[in-house]
Design a protein around this ligand. Sequence first.
Ligand code: AMP
Ligand code: GLY
Length: 428
Amino acid sequence: MNVLVIGNGGREHAIVAALAKSPRVGKIYCMKGNAGIAELAECVDVDYMDNAAVCGWVEAHKDVEYVVVAPDDPLAAGLVDALEARGIRCFGPDKAAARIEASKSFAKALMKKYGIPTAAYEVFDDYERALAYVRGGKFPVVLKADGLALGKGVLICETIAEAEDGLRQIMLDKAFGAAGNRVVIEEFLTGKEFTPGEEVSVLAFTDGKTIVPMLPSCDHKRAFDGDKGLNTGGMGTFTPCPFYTEEIAREVMDKIMLPTVAAMNAEGCPFKGVLYFGLMRTKEGIKVVEYNSRFGDPETQVVLPMLKTDLLDVFEAVTDGRLADVRVEWEEGACVCVVLASGGYPQHYEKGKEIAIGDIGPDAFLYHAGTARKGGALVTNGGRVLNVCAKGKTVAEARQKAYAAADKIAFEGKQYRTDIGIKYNLKG
Ligand code: AMP
Ligand code: GLY
């Protein structure tokens, strides 16, 4: 079966690599892809935010039988609806279901209505009213742009002055565009000893009836070591997550995962695809920090390499509503991903820097995020450039191998965190 994957980043490279292992997969296309994906797939230069253009391309390529829509923005723009309306089979939620990520106020209202544990919140469309609310409230306070903001639309404010500035950025200056027309203001969740809560990302396959969690992983959203600096799309990940015990996994299944699937059905927007649960361990148990309507980036880069089951089999079972019939199996051990970013990311950075990749050894592997070919040379082409991954028996072993490989890669401005895999793994 020939497959088209929509997206450009490290996550899409990991999806393409997993699909390429399937004996049932023939040719893979990727729209638009990157220099690493181009080694496994034919890259297609069509704007995937243009539903009509994507559908037109697929209809003109009769050999393509299945489409995987990976990023949040085309899902929110209804690409799956447009493809399905033309009878094209695909993987991913439709526009109504993708609201679980595309609108934080939708997600919060869903959790409130169906008793799914999350931070207390209020929603505002009006700047003055939002301002009055934070002035009368507790600190820290969390401000979230309602819409999609590349993972950057969340501000944690310690003081009234910071909150005033944050509201101005989101609602008046539109730092995150139209995503900030509405703001969700949340209570700040803390961990067991009033420290920041421990966080874990659990991605799950669901066909709207059955939900199958993948391995738990931990993201590192801040730009610099020790969780300092601005929020980014994610600077590194590891799996498994030591505090995510079987007992916690059961609590999450019963109190969060199954109720979320049921809530989406009850609201008339069944979710089919990958549902991402961003979770925090708090004094009152596990709570949802965010939902995403897709695979996480860079969580996917440590989770899919551990998948033993054929990914196409799982995808098609989701599409056809028979996920209950598939056994999804995982390797034992650990995997770590270190993101190499462009200097200055997540703010201003330059592209087009030549990348030199030395011998990274047999144990590490790379997914490309923002790379391109210029002439014969591999060059940087985005904020997050490369994902350096390695497996090991433990997170500590995988971490050591990933960093050894990261040292073998050079480009001007290379910026990365040196502490991926230490959090919650203190022995590492
Ligand atoms: P999000 O994009 O919603 O995942 O938020 C980015 C990060 O901000 C999360 O990974 C948390 O570390 C932090 N965060 C978001 N909401 C809260 C909250 N209510 N309390 C504490 N931290 C939060
Ligand atoms: N790593 C966070 C996300 O994919 O949204």
